[in-house]
Design a protein around this ligand. Structure first.
Ligand code: NAP
Length: 415
């Protein structure tokens, strides 16, 4: 039998590389920088992670929620974790349960409370009236094959930005989704290390009843990636694959993912949508859901829709034409263009500032839900304006912010 020292067992926090869609949410959420990544995997630093659980709820796929009992001296190193295509088999812990001391400073079970210090700006629960979401029905081992039924360019032909609306049909195989959820697409082939590509995540741009009503299909909004954020040329592996898809092509899909960024369903619920670029996908899905409901029910029993939408210029704005055709009494649309020649640079937060009075009216209402999607950089600016809105009405932002978070009323999905 192992000695007591040898027998020290702990639970090691691991990320399942098969399910992880490399969205970076965990790394951003971790309050103590215990999560990192290389070009292949997201991994947990065993010497730093304190099992605080802050990363668990925000993870869209559940890949983060793995805890393997391991001998302390056999904890998996970062190098080992980087090399995995799947989680390792459980270690054989040949120690009688009674003799198994738990290493100091680790948890003996999963009942760990979220510490006050693990600050997350957005809600970790959906609105109370959101429909039930199904998640992780299909993974890399049991992916679902979709057939491309359309691939349309959304941006003006004159624009260098190639953003596409791609429709995927699941035929007879069930794929239940809600607005705000996302899917993973597995690009074919292998990477430079000869490993299969991991899936890339795309938000759904279509509502729950299909891109085409009552069809078992979905749409996604994909931008062809030709350069990185510093302007260096890169070839986006999945984005180029998806943008080049032709009608009839078959695609490997996993998901659906996401259980919090969901829209409210109760009458009178207002939605404020704030997005940049392709972050407009879930906003299109929610808008389309409300538009169809309004059409079906003849009476608009739902609340107000207010949209703040940022892009470099009008030609780069996905869904610009269709958006402009929506009735003004249905949705209040506010564009922010940052690079229109001869015009001052405007970001969504600047345009929100111009609408402080109307935003305050909505913020005062407990039935107002806020959704932010797009570039990571916008998050701080948007929260700052919301704080200003609250202050303009004499509201205490920290109280309001806590209320928004606790009641599933503030949702942030930025990358
Ligand atoms: P983009 O074209 O690079 O940017 C859109 C607009 O946002 C531009 O006007 C840009 O202005 C502006 N912007 C830059 N920094 C900002 C800041 N700090 N605050 C407010 N606005 C700012 O956007 P994109 O390439 O479409 O990227 C959208 C993001 O959404 C990506 O990070 C993507 O991963 C994410 N996303 C995509 C999906 C999807 O399903 N495809 C879903 C969710 C999220 P300037 O460039 O002129 O400064």
């Amino acid at each position: 039998m192992a000695t007591t020292e040898q027998a020290q067992v702990t639970k090691q926090h691991l990320i399942d590389p098969e399910i992880c869609i490399r969205c970076n949410t965990c790394e951003e959420t971790c309050p103590i920088d215990a999560i990192t990544h290389d070009g292949t995997n997201y991994v947990v630093k065993p010497d730093i992670c304190n099992h605080c659980m802050a990363c668990v709820a925000p993870c869209p796929t559940g890949a983060i929620d793995n805890w393997q009992p391991v001998f302390v001296e056999k904890m998996y190193s970062l190098e080992e974790q980087y090399s995995w295509d799947e989680l390792p088999a459980l270690q054989a812990l040949e120690v009688p349960a009674d003799d198994t001391p738990v290493a100091a400073g680790t948890d003996s079970d999963a009942e760990v409370t979220i510490q006050g210090s693990n600050y997350v700006a957005g809600s970790q629960i959906p609105p109370w009236s959101a429909s039930h979401s199904y998640t992780n029905l299909y993974g890399t081992r049991n992916f679902i094959t979709a057939t491309v039924s359309g691939n349309y360019r959304l941006t003006d032909e004159s624009s260098e930005s190639d953003i596409r609306h791609v429709v995927l049909d699941f035929g007879e195989t069930p794929f239940p989704v809600l607005e705000g959820q996302s899917i993973g697409i597995i690009p074919p082939g292998t990477d430079a290390s000869d490993r299969l590509h991991h899936a890339r995540q795309y938000s759904l741009a279509s509502p729950r009843d299909g891109e085409r009503p009552r069809y078992n299909n979905v749409s996604i909004t994909v931008k062809r990636v030709v350069q990185d954020y510093d302007g260096n040329p890169v070839q986006g592996v999945c984005s180029n694959y998806v943008c080049d898809l032709k009608k009839g092509d078959k695609v490997q899909v996993i998901g659906p993912f996401g259980h919090t960024f969901l829209m409210p369903n109760h009458p009178g619920s207002n939605i404020i949508m704030i997005c940049t670029g392709t972050g407009s996908a879930p906003m299109r899905a929610m808008t389309e859901r409300r538009r169809r409901k309004r059409q079906e029910e003849a009476v608009d029993e739902h609340g107000k829709l207010m949209l703040f939408f940022g892009a470099r210029c009008q030609e780069e704005l996905p869904y610009f034409g269709p958006l402009n055709k929506l009735p003004k009494d249905f949705i209040d649309i506010n564009f922010a263009f940052s690079r229109t020649p001869g015009q001052p640079k405007k970001y969504v937060q600047d345009v929100m500032r111009e609408r402080i009075v109307d935003l305050l009216e909505l913020l005062k209402n407990e039935d107002t839900y806020i959704y932010v999607c797009g570039l990571k950089g916008m998050e701080a600016g948007v929260l700052e304006v919301l704080q200003e809105v609250a202050a303009s009405g004499g509201m205490d932002w920290s109280e309001l912010h806590a209320n928004l978070r606790q009641k599933g009323r503030l949702h942030l999905e930025t990358y």
